[in-house]
Design a protein around this ligand. Structure first.
Ligand SMILES: Nc1nc2c(ncn2[C@@H]2O[C@H](COP(=O)(O)OP(=O)(O)O)[C@@H](O)[C@H]2O)c(=O)[nH]1
Ligand SMILES: [Mg+2]
Length: 566
């Protein structure tokens, strides 16, 4: 597939990035200097002067000079005039030298500042769609894994050390019981992964009794260490309280709550350091009052391990930029300071908006649902240093840097995209954001899949089955290194996956948190499409965002795959 068709023209980005205005200014200044230089130079080395050095001219000039000797006044006039001309020449010469020095200095400085530019450090691939496509080759072949390890083959292998984890308050007991009941019913009653609860205050006996009764698995209750919850000493309390006032005035969600700031900091960079998780490899974050709608006929922890996945999400949404002001500029500074920590195959494409000179487009993985590798968060040097960098700058307090944008940026900087998985098949709801998977494959497709031992999702050249696109392949075509894309998968054992929700569209949750009417600039495509890339961004012939908006639409229809017809 031609990658250039998948993204905003690469040239534009590279052009705007490779040659910042300062450099262009220097170039034009330098070319202007060269083109305009001839005039002073010409004046300086004008023919009469040059001629004076030629022997013929010298001899021809000697006689008038001698004749002038007789006239003292004219000699004086002549020498003053000559001196003036000579000193003029010297001034011009010096001016030229000065100009050259200035241009060189400016060029040098601009190259230096250009070197500090974020994208100067990033591999070229970061600036084009080709990388995302190329990188989507997962040698573990997740589709094959799912086919072979879903119900009834889902319990065959040894489970990894993994846990369901929840930071929760005592008073949120009803909410966490609701989340537990649904996840237990649809999945964990068969797998029995432990539940580990965290709180900054001791849990009540009632909380412990009720939650341990809600599962057949083990439950654990832990205190968050004081140092991980208390406001760090380097935080300026006056600035912090001013920020709380500001966030309260602007009604940025829960930003005025002191506890919220402690919570986002812990969820961003401290939860994985809790000693209770030291022996665990994977976690699944669960919040109170969330909903799980579908049976999950396989073990997502084993899936993560078996396919080399490091981070799994369920929704990619746009969030209120006021809640994480300056997070992007701080992140940019981090990349500039530690370019080598960024994964060579990382892809920030989906988060950087070409319309705004590649600044953060405010898309993020909705982190109240997360299935992740603890080893990555604990041990990846980039992730650890990134959190320390953010912590030092105090934005968890002076702003409201949430764990969602922080994890999103971290995962996108320090992992290749094929280590991140969209759990599209898990029906889930958090507050007003709901994701419900579309129906499974048609019967014929399921039969084809049953006949062939592998079933693979491709972005291109696929069999389209209404709202889902699946290609069934013979086992021989599923060779090692076969191209795989995250886009979608429907399990052969679709009948094992029952959902108690109405399917939602691909773009359903894009602006649930940032209404279309808000003045915040919106990305060109919805967050999940930007993450998916490829054919998911293609528009129907003749479609245009302006026309759609003129007709009363939101400007996010008209997609070739899974998009509403305008
Ligand atoms: N123990 C404890 N948990 C909290 C506190 N604040 C938030 N949480 C938990 O942190 C998670 C996220 O908080 P929530 O209020 O849902 O934030 P939102 O999802 O951004 O609206 C939930 O699991 C909450 O139960 C707190 O002060 N103490
Ligand atoms: Mg929540």
């Amino acid at each position: 597939m031609d990658p250039s068709s998948l993204m905003t023209p690469t040239g534009q980005r590279v052009q705007s990035l490779s040659w910042p205005s300062s450099v262009t200014a220097v170039n034009s200044a330098s070319s202007a200097a060269t083109s305009s230089a001839p005039s002073p130079v010409a004046a300086f080395t004008c023919p009469p002067t040059r001629q004076s050095s030629s022997p013929i001219t010298r001899s021809s000039r000697s006689s008038p000079r001698q004749s002038y000797k007789s006239s003292r006044s004219s000699l004086t006039r002549y020498s003053v005039y000559t001196r003036l001309r000579r000193s003029n020449r010297a001034i011009w010469r010096w001016l030229l030298v000065l100009l050259a020095v200035l241009i060189s200095a400016q060029l040098y400085l601009s190259i230096r500042s250009h070197r500090n530019d974020l994208l100067f450090h990033l591999p070229k691939e970061w600036r084009s769609g080709s990388h995302r496509l190329g990188a989507n080759k997962n040698k573990y072949r997740p589709m094959k894994w799912l086919t072979e390890n879903s119900y009834p083959n889902d319990l065959q292998a040894k489970s990894p050390k993994a846990a369901l984890i929840s930071l929760v308050r005592d008073e949120e007991l009803d909410g966490i019981l609701q989340s537990m009941r649904q996840l237990e019913f649809h999945w964990n009653r068969r797998y029995r992964y432990p539940w580990i609860f965290f709180n900054e205050k001791p849990f009540s006996e009632e909380f412990k009794a009720a939650t341990s009764n809600a599962t057949l698995a083990q439950t654990e209750y832990h205190l968050v260490p004081h140092a991980h919850w208390a406001t760090p000493s380097h935080i300026n309390q006056t600035l912090y309280h001013n920020s709380l006032d500001y966030l309260s005035l602007t009604s940025v969600g829960k930003g005025h709550l002191l506890s919220y700031h402690a919570m986002i900091r812990w969820q961003s960079g401290l939860f994985y350091l809790h000693p209770a998780l030291a022996a665990y490899e994977y976690y699944w974050r669960v919040e109170p009052d969330v909903h799980f709608f579908c049976d999950i006929p396989y073990d997502p922890f084993r899936f993560m391990q078996g396919t080399g996945m490091v981070y799994g999400f369920n929704m990619a949404i746009l969030d209120d930029a006021r809640s994480f002001a300056s997070l992007w500029s701080t992140t940019r500074d981090f990349i500039t300071a530690y370019p080598d920590l960024v994964h060579p195959e990382a892809s920030l494409d989906w988060l950087l908006d070409p319309q705004t000179g590649l600044t953060y487009n405010n898309c993020q993985f909705f982190s109240n649902f997360e299935i992740g590798s603890l080893a990555f968060f604990r041990e990846d040097e980039g992730n650890r240093k990134y959190f320390d960098w953010l912590e030092e700058r105090g934005g968890f307090y002076y702003s409201r840097w949430g764990d969602a944008p922080v994890h999103t940026l971290s995962v996108s900087m320090f992992l290749p995209p094929d280590r991140v998985w969209w759990f599209r098949d898990i029906g889930y709801q958090h507050d007003i954001a709901r994701h419900c998977p579309p129906p499974g494959p048609s019967e014929s497709l399921a039969a084809a899949a049953a006949a062939a031992p592998t079933i693979t999702g491709h972005r291109a050249s696929t069999t389209s089955t209404g709202s889902s696109t699946v290609t069934s392949t013979s086992s021989s075509s599923s060779s090692e290194g076969e191209e795989y894309h995250h886009d979608r998968f429907w399990l052969p054992a679709a009948e094992a996956r029952q959902c108690t929700c109405e399917p939602t569209s691909l773009d359903e949750n894009f602006y649930k948190l940032v209404p279309m009417e808000s003045p915040q600039r919106k990305p060109a495509d919805t967050c999940i499409r930007l993450w998916l890339g490829g054919d998911f961004l293609k528009k129907k012939d003749g479609w245009s965002q302006e026309t759609e908006r003129m007709l009363g639409g939101d400007g996010y229809s008209g997609y070739v795959i899974d998009g509403d017809v305008m």
